[in-house]
Ligand binder design. Structure first.
Ligand SMILES: [Zn+2]
Length: 357
């Protein structure tokens, strides 16, 4: 393993350890202890002080990783970001890193990736079932759902394995429903942090749409489920951007396919025998998006190198980094930089507008 791979693996270990600890706060998970030892070994090798116990480790993890004094060349984590944010938990960069580490070629949350894989590997591939499931998961009406409605949908796909994988995308809301509110943009649960209602760690929805006084969750005598955090963040939220584009082009008379060929791309737009393809990539930090492509092998890169294929960054990412696209391009390996096209949402309108010429 190269030094970068060792550091990447340690970061992964730390993140899953922290995640498990959040789920079961009463015990310190073995994964976190293991990651602590890995970090200690690395800090000793550069003659730096080691966080002596778990509280010291937590304080350490609030620092941007550039302060860790390790060799971070080619490490797939943005150096200006920490792993943890006080009172919030894992940083958005840590969540991006985790999902990329778990399914490097797909940038999908594990549960959704299982669905993609199952549908692709079936003979013939289950393209229609896949579109139906994906459209279900990206609909705000299904972000919080009663057990009865969820089961009804899961069974309607008529494939027990696939039904099981759909249920895996959800978790029951075990806290009292009155602890939550509904997000007016994406339909998921808002929770109260730092004196305000937030939608997920980043509160992307709150930055895009005015929230006002949020509505309470509908009272239900049944068990209520919500999308798991990762599926909300990596499937529903980018899905809203994909949907908005698809609707716009459909209204303009284009033929639009969402997730064509079992998710080869997010969107295909056709008119007069021409087609363009878009893949939305939603990472908080431009460095993380570049790292995603830098890690891909030639086979995985192939689909992005084709003519009329564009990688699209949602407009809201420009709030954090005004030169987002420029920064991604600068951080790409030179050979990859030349062969793929990364654009923002506004450029999509221009490219589709040019199809008919
Ligand atoms: Zn939301």
């Amino acid at each position: 393993m190269s030094t970068a791979e060792v550091v990447n693996h340690m970061l992964y270990q730390l993140i899953i350890g922290l995640q498990q600890w959040r789920k079961v706060p009463a015990t310190i998970p073995n994964d976190l202890r293991k990651a602590h030892l890995m970090l200690a070994k690395m800090r000793l090798s550069v003659s730096e002080e080691v966080p002596s116990d778990i509280p010291a480790l937590i304080r350490f993890l609030l620092l941007p990783i550039s302060d860790w004094k390790l060799d971070l060349t080619n490490v797939a984590f943005p150096q200006d970001a920490p792993l943890l944010i006080q009172h919030i938990g894992l940083s958005p960069e840590a969540m991006d890193f985790l999902q990329d580490y778990q399914s490097p070629f797909e940038a999908h949350q594990q549960e959704v990736y299982e669905i993609v894989k199952y549908c692709r590997d079936s003979d013939p591939p289950l393209a229609d079932a896949y579109s139906r499931i994906r459209l279900f998961l990206v609909s705000p009406a299904n972000a919080v759902i009663t057990g009865v409605r969820l089961l009804y949908f899961a069974r309607s796909v008529s494939d027990p394995e696939l039904s099981k994988r759909i249920l895996e995308c959800y978790e029951p809301i075990s806290d009292p429903l009155s602890d939550f509110r509904t997000c007016n943009r994406c339909g998921w649960t808002l929770s109260f942090h730092n004196h305000q209602w937030r939608c997920g760690v980043e509160d992307i929805c709150g930055h895009i749409e005015a929230r006002g006084e949020p509505k309470e969750l509908e009272n239900s005598t049944e068990l209520v489920y919500r999308l798991k955090e990762g599926v909300h963040r990596y499937t529903l939220l980018p899905g809203l951007a994909e949907f908005q584009l698809a609707n716009r082009f459909t209204k303009q008379g284009y033929q639009v396919e969402m997730y064509p060929d079992v998710d080869r791309y997010d969107l295909a737009v056709h008119k007069s025998n021409q087609a363009v393809y878009f893949d939305v990539k939603d990472y908080r930090n431009p460095y993380s998006l570049a790292a995603h492509f830098n890690k891909l092998d030639a086979a995985a890169l192939e689909k992005y190198k084709k003519e009329h294929v564009y990688i699209v960054v949602p407009s809201y990412r420009k709030r954090g980094y005004r030169q987002y696209i420029r920064q991604v391009i600068n951080a790409l390996e030179p050979a990859i930089r030349k062969s793929i096209q990364i654009i923002d949402e506004r450029a999509v309108l221009r490219i589709v507008g040019g199809i008919e010429q």
